[in-house]
Design a protein around this ligand. Structure first.
Ligand SMILES: [Zn+2]
Length: 117
């Protein structure tokens, strides 16, 4: 279960941030997930829900946004975004395209609640 280890690493990131920022709680984690990252968003959500209670993040919400695949065409030079893994330049139909993004997952930001002093 790849998604479980991803969820684990998101939660340990939350733990470190909570400590570092001296936050009372983390309200939400915003994730950007590339279409080609190989991560199943539904499975990741389920894994996160299953694990967050044990890790002390019962109130933390996981918000995900999908990132399209960006490609640069080697034929006509156009930069395009694709929602599926069909590597053809939408401008000229060439298959000579280079992947420029959409193959990673990253934590865009977290919403945290500060401790009252
Ligand atoms: Zn092209």
């Amino acid at each position: 279960m790849h998604e479980f280890s991803v969820a684990e690493s998101i939660l340990s990131f939350c733990g470190r941030e909570r400590e570092k920022q001296q936050a009372e709680e983390i309200r939400a984690v915003h994730l950007l997930i590339g279409v080609m990252s190989g991560i199943d968003i539904q499975l990741l959500r389920e894994a996160f829900e299953a694990l967050k209670h044990k890790r002390g993040f019962a109130k933390t919400e996981l918000l995900t946004r999908q990132e399209e695949i960006s490609v640069a065409c080697g034929q006509c030079g156009a930069g395009s975004r694709l929602m599926e893994m069909k590597f053809v330049c939408p401008e000229c139909g060439s298959e000579n395209v280079r992947i420029a993004g959409g193959d990673k997952m990253l934590i865009e930001k977290i919403d945290l609640v500060r401790q009252k002093l």
